[in-house]
Design a protein around this ligand. Structure first.
Ligand code: PLP
Length: 449
């Protein structure tokens, strides 16, 4: 029964990204069923999943083709590794399918179980690449503040989240510049002026650290967990120019943006950038199985393949057959239904349009979004931008009200975050908007705005 499960959870389960003391005292929700775009908890509450799980279930929860592919694969070959020179059929077929759907420069893939491990893999790949080129001093990475690139020590160092750095200490070869957050930091500048200014921080950082020492710049096309930070139009062309000019590898972390979230298959395509390495995970299996990896562009692959000597990196489950079977089925659905193109053309504009209605709401100072994700910046007063409450308590309150009313959304800082499944129809978007409006109104009443 629900209370017994919750008691067990409180007693024995250490949750990720959770205040452990608070959870041990108060417990939480146990989700035990999902259908289409809804999740259900053991208390019988149904919630519209406005976050696609953790930005991964882009096709929602009712895709029997994926589940059946996993089951069939587990009966045929439940496991064998891809170490040394072995391979399994789903891993090989998935490698080809990923090459087909990713931008043209990508013809090779390295599989991991997660986005975090994939970003760790990027570090090894980049270091090996420059070692093989005879430039071992090119070791430094530049990333962006408030970025989330994973939870391992190395990937969280690439990330720029203050809290994680305080708890782990970052690697000394990772440096950070500002995120292109015009609403927070743009001041009197236009978005394009600000985009150029903040992109210019990359050039300044390279010059400060030394062109011969900086190896790579890593970023999400749209920073997701950092607050759905939509870059000004001027930002990415300038970043691309700088990377090209200084021989810096560009790594696009597409763990959230990939597989349709921004309107095209990959965020790199939405923003017209040409990364040499690309991290993926999450929606590649529609969240059904753990799988991540790095797409390795021709420039890097050529050097690795000509290098000789072992690439000393790998995971027991790199290219796990059941995970690869799940990904193959997912890609098959994405391709055969054209759901990415359909959502971009028919659902995303409606979703973004309905969200813009919140610009009239007294708490909402900015609505931003791209494709099927978006953020609302909450304030107590629009002209002074006074915060609702310290420590993001206002947005946390709003999130909790939405959750209570049957809408799963998230909060980052003072922003409310939405990333619904791409399979939503307009009526379901209307339900999401309606529930969000109620949460915003309840928040306004709570803070007497
Ligand atoms: N990179 C980005 C942009 C992410 O959003 C995440 C997870 O949210 C990761 C990497 C880490 O992926 P994983 O949780 O699969 O390790």
């Amino acid at each position: 029964d629900s209370a017994a499960l919750q008691a067990l959870d409180r007693s024995h389960h250490l949750h990720p990204f959770t205040d452990l003391q608070n959870h041990a005292e108060q417990g939480g929700r146990i989700v035990n069923r999902a259908e289409h775009i809804y999740i259900y908890d053991t208390d019988g509450q149904r919630m519209l999943d406005g976050m696609s799980g953790l930005w991964c279930c882009n096709l929602g929860y009712s895709q029997p083709q994926i589940a059946e592919a996993v089951y069939r694969q587990l009966q045929e070959l439940p496991y064998y590794n891809n170490f040394f020179k072995c391979a399994n059929q789903p891993a090989v077929e998935l490698a080809r399918a990923l090459v087909e759907v990713t931008p043209a420069q990508f013809n090779h893939v390295f599989f991991t179980n997660s986005g975090s491990e994939a970003n760790d893999t990027n570090i090894r790949l980049v270091h090996r690449y420059f070692d093989l080129l005879g430039k071992p001093e090119k070791k430094l990475f530049i990333s962006r503040k408030n970025a989330y690139h994973g939870s391992t020590i190395a990937s969280s160092s690439l990330g720029g989240m203050d809290g994680m750095h305080k708890q782990t200490r970052g690697l000394d070869y990772v440096h950070h510049i500002n995120q292109p957050h015009w609403f927070a930091n743009g001041g009197e500048l236009s978005p394009d002026e600000y985009g150029l200014q903040v992109a210019g921080e990359l050039e300044a950082k390279i010059q400060q650290l030394g062109e011969d020492k900086v190896a790579a710049f890593i970023a999400e096309p749209v920073q997701g967990a950092g607050g759905v930070i939509i870059p000004p139009d001027s930002y990415w062309p300038e970043i691309q120019r700088i990377c090209d000019a200084y021989d810096i590898l560009l790594i696009a972390d597409e763990v959230i943006c990939g597989f349709g979230r921004t309107g095209k298959w990959f965020g790199s395509e939405t923003y017209g950038i040409k990364p040499q390495l690309m991290t993926f995970a999450k929606a590649v299996t529609n969240g059904y199985m753990p799988l991540g990896g790095v797409m390795v562009g021709d420039q890097v692959a050529k050097v690795l393949l000509a290098g000789g000597g072992e690439f000393t990196h790998g995971l027991t489950y790199s290219g796990h057959p059941a995970s690869c079977a799940a990904a193959l089925a997912t890609l098959d659905i994405l391709r055969s239904t054209n759901i990415i193109e359909h959502a971009a053309e028919h659902i995303a504009p409606y979703f973004q349009g309905r969200l813009r209605e919140f610009e009239q709401h007294p708490l909402v100072a900015q609505v931003r979004g791209q494709g099927m994700f978006a953020a609302l910046e909450l304030v107590a007063d629009k002209s002074s931008r006074k915060r609702l409450a310290p420590d993001s308590a206002g947005a946390i309150y709003c999130r909790d009200r939405a959750n209570k009313n049957g809408l799963m959304v998230r909060q980052t800082g003072d922003a409310m975050i939405m990333a619904p499944p791409l399979i939503c129809n307009r009526e379901e978007i209307d339900i999401l908007i309606e529930k969000l409006a109620i949460a915003l109104d309840e928040t306004a009443v709570h803070y007497q705005i």
